[in-house]
Design a protein around this ligand. Structure first.
Ligand SMILES: *[C@@H]1O[C@H](CO)[C@@H](O)[C@H](O)[C@H]1NC(C)=O
Ligand SMILES: *[C@@H]1O[C@H](CO)[C@@H](O)[C@H](O)[C@H]1NC(C)=O
Length: 435
């Protein structure tokens, strides 16, 4: 009686123990021969037939744009990269193992595709690899990496600050050609862009516009390698630059236009214009810190700044010319005034010298003397008045000429300047909007 019961118990125990072994991970690891992994797992591409290619799928999410450096032409971002491929040797039937459908395994013990990023300019410490690889019953392996990626990007700054930058992040295998490894993605570009926008934690001055995916094969010396290109479009938020640069420059230009209405006297106008010029050069210094010095593609904002600077500079020159002409006028006027005064003095002196002898000769005929005196007086008066009139005419003609010239130049310049500013602003607006 005891023996069959014992047997039944043992059978039950055996069944339960065999069940418990299949439900544990170690059973699965044993089945996959991973408890004592062969080196072969590490070194060979996991395909049964060597002619079959391994599809490596790379999904990249951008969840932070940390820094865009126009000077060094790099973008620093936070990326999440998920990589998937199939290992044909590590498969199991999940119903045989109590429904275990994922298994994690240290990545150091398994073959992993050698994928790198061509534009990568970051230091090696910035990658955080997931230490394990997740394996699914079908043999699908997936691993993730979080990376603070600094990648180079050829910036086009001609429309700064209303620019969009197109950057490529190119994934490729370092050693394998397209016969053994081919690259692709799991999700499509729209989904990846949408998820990226959703998980974005910081983007500062920039906005992720779109991510497009291009898969292509590129001949590299003698081997044709597969490439996966993420074409990332970033759009700048221009408000800061509009407030900091464009609007102040515009205001300074308007101030300079308005300064034509300041009176010329005392040299205030010139001083004011020079101050405006100095303010513009301070703004130019700010701009210099932002933009790289690539000569072949002068940004439009630089054109704008330099044009405004040149216009204000011209108007300072014009103000100098005007004030010089007016000065010339004043000095001429003074000289003419001075010469008229001396002539009058001489005349009066002559009169006073001639009169005493006339007074002394008392023995002459009263009537004749009176007539002569009267005639002399009239003559003096006429001469004096003619002198005065002549000198005054001279006075008015000389100074009138220069100040009139100055005024004409000023008016003409103002009209030209005003028109130029209008045309220039119009042109700038049109070209910024059109691009
Ligand atoms: C495990 O190794 C044995 C021989 O050592 C082999 O027969 C079996 O196919 C291997 N299992 C897997 C999943 O590779
Ligand atoms: C990005 O890659 C695409 C496809 O190869 C290419 O057409 C484009 O010019 C590249 N863009 C940049 C900025 O290099």
């Amino acid at each position: 009686m005891a023996a069959p019961r014992t047997l039944a118990f043992l059978a039950l125990f055996g069944v339960s123990s065999s069940q418990s072994s299949e439900c544990s991970y170690s059973g699965l690891l044993n089945h996959l021969n991973l408890t004592n992994p062969e080196k072969i797992l590490l070194i060979r591409r996991p395909v049964k037939n060597w002619t079959s290619t391994t599809l490596v799928q790379l999904d990249m999410l951008l969840f932070g744009i940390l820094d865009v450096d126009e000077k060094s032409q790099t973008v620093t971002s936070h990326n999440w990269i998920e990589m998937q491929w199939t290992n044909e040797f590590l498969t199991w039937n999940s119903s045989d193992f109590c429904g275990i459908d994922t298994l994690s395994f240290p990545r150091s013990m398994i073959w992993i595709p050698d994928i790198n990023i061509q534009e990568d300019a970051s230091d090696s410490g910035s990658v955080q690899m997931d230490p394990v690889v997740i394996i699914q019953p079908s043999g699908l392996m997936s691993t993730t990496a979080r990376q603070r990626l600094t990648f180079t990007c050829q910036f086009r700054l001609s429309l700064f600050p209303f620019d969009k930058q197109h950057c490529n992040i190119t994934f490729s295998s370092m050693s394998s050609d397209s016969k053994s490894i081919i690259l692709g993605t799991v999700r499509n570009s729209t989904t990846l862009t949408r998820i990226s926008e959703h998980v974005m934690i910081t983007q500062g001055e920039w906005k992720l516009n779109s991510m497009e995916i291009v898969e292509e094969k590129v001949q590299h010396e003698h081997l044709l390698s597969s490439k996966l290109i993420y074409m990332v479009t970033l759009e700048r938020k221009p408000m800061l630059y509009v407030i900091n640069l464009i609007v102040p420059l515009f205001y300074l230009l308007v101030l300079d236009l308005a300064s034509f209405f300041i009176s010329e006297a005392g040299g205030e106008k010139l001083g004011f214009k020079v101050t405006v010029l100095l303010s513009i050069s301070v703004l130019l210094l700010i701009l210099k810190d932002i933009l790289p010095s690539t000569e072949d593609d002068l940004p439009m904002i630089a054109q704008y700044c330099v044009s405004v600077f040149t216009m204000v500079w011209l108007s300072v020159l014009e103000a100098m010319l005007t004030s010089f002409l007016l000065d010339l006028d004043e000095s001429h006027g003074k000289k003419a005034q001075g010469s008229a005064d001396t002539q009058e003095d001489i005349q009066l002196g002559a009169k006073s010298q001639k009169e005493p002898p006339g007074v002394e000769e008392k023995g002459q005929v009263e009537a004749g003397k009176r007539d002569r005196d009267l005639l002399k007086l009239i003559l003096e008066e006429v001469r004096a008045s003619r002198q005065l009139a002549g000198s005054q005419g001279k006075d008015q003609r000389r100074p009138g000429f220069y100040s009139k010239l100055a005024k004409t130049i000023d008016t003409l310049f103002f009209i030209c300047y005003f028109l130029t500013v209008q045309i220039f602003l119009f042109y700038m607006c049109i070209s910024w909007i059109r691009n």
